[in-house]
Design a protein around this ligand. Structure first.
Ligand code: F6P
Length: 342
């Protein structure tokens, strides 16, 4: 059996660990042959491949990024995309495809599998942790650790100057990174996309923090939006999947806080630092187990499924269910964190 592997969407720590798990188990236990597809869906679309065997996965477990490359190419939008993918898989004699990706990449896998009979198994990845049907995606833990360390460091510089420090973290649609790192780092305000924020309320929290002789740390997810819609965040562009790009909420907040409270404020935008570098031990563990179970799905001919974490078990769920909607922060969880605001 010849199995193709691809990594699509934004990269995240742990991708190489999944690839290694798939290849090691597939070769050693099932005698499979592997082909790596380059740059997400671009690989099967254009027949762009890289050799993928035991030598290729040696030493990659702790390395960030992906040895296969990644892109946000959507074959459903490409001219004749489905036929080209089918032709290339047939030409390369690939009988199954393991697709490692987030909502968009796996959404394509679900369509190809369910509507066009392309045999796909999905592995959930994203630092944003916003994929349904799995308790966690790998990459998230590493991103939260990076953001938490940044918040710890910002506390001491904020205190030295008695300033407000605003930390903008990733999360276009979901505030998981903001919520977890904000709690872990002892932030005084956490703002998430799921809950529109009131700038007056934010300034009240900031002021009360100063009254207690502390310098406040505000953690804001990049997709957070104020209640009155005063902020013009959209830069007008959309990504290859049609998502509107947002930018600048951290900068905007610092300016507004300064203007309204008279306190000096600075912004740190963590950006892609959250996605780069070596994965945490948890992410290596999760990614490796996802890889091992994904190759079992291939062996069982269980296509159209995604491996997922439920408590400590790896289970299989329909790809269509996992990609039907995003997993956003439960309002009750957000309210729970509110005791630390202000
Ligand atoms: O989906 C993961 C993510 O890191 C988001 O949190 C972020 O908004 C986006 O990717 C950034 O994407 P790009 O790689 O296009 O800069």
């Amino acid at each position: 059996m010849r199995v193709g592997v691809l990594t699509g969407g934004g990269d995240c720590p742990g991708l190489n660990a999944v690839i290694r798990g798939i290849v090691r188990k597939g070769v050693q236990e099932y005698g499979y042959d592997f082909v790596g597809f380059r740059d997400g869906w671009r690989g099967p679309l254009e027949g762009a491949t890289v050799p993928l065997g035991i030598p290729a996965v040696r030493g990659i477990l702790p390395r960030g990024g992906t040895i296969l490359g990644s892109s946000r190419t959507n074959p459903l939008e490409a001219a004749d995309g489905i036929r080209r993918i089918r032709d290339n898989l047939a030409k390369l004699d690939v009988q199954a495809l393991v697709v490692i990706g987030g909502e968009d990449t796996l959404g394509v896998a679900a369509r190809l599998s369910d509507a066009y009979g392309v045999p796909c198994v999905g592995v959930p990845k994203t630092i944003d942790n916003d994929l349904s049907a799995t308790d966690y995606t790998f990459g998230f833990d590493t991103a939260v650790n990076i953001a938490t360390e940044a918040i710890d460091r910002l506390h001491t510089t904020a205190e030295s100057h008695m300033r407000v420090l605003v930390v903008e973290v990733m999360g276009r649609h979901a505030g998981w990174i903001a919520l977890h790192s904000g709690l872990a780092g002892g932030a005084n305000v956490i703002l998430i996309p799921e809950q529109r924020f009131d700038i007056e309320q934010v300034c009240d929290w900031v002021t009360s923090r100063f009254r207690a002789s502390y310098a406040p740390i505000v953690v804001v997810a990049e997709g957070a939006v104020p209640r009155d819609g005063a902020m013009v965040l959209k830069d007008g562009s959309t990504d290859s999947f049609g998502h509107v790009r947002l930018s600048g909420v951290g900068e905007w907040l610092a300016k507004e806080i300064e203007r309204r409270t008279g306190k000096e404020a600075r912004t740190t935008v963590l950006g892609h630092v959250q996605r780069g570098g070596t994965p945490s031990a948890f992410d290596r563990w999760l990614a490796t187990r996802f890889g091992l179970h994904a190759v079992d799905c291939v062996r069982d001919g269980d296509f159209g499924t995604m491996v997922a974490l439920r408590a400590t078990e790896i289970v299989r769920v329909p790809l269509a269910e996992a990609t039907a909607r995003l997993k956003t922060v439960d309002p009750a969880l957000y309210r729970e964190a509110g005791v630390f605001f202000g």
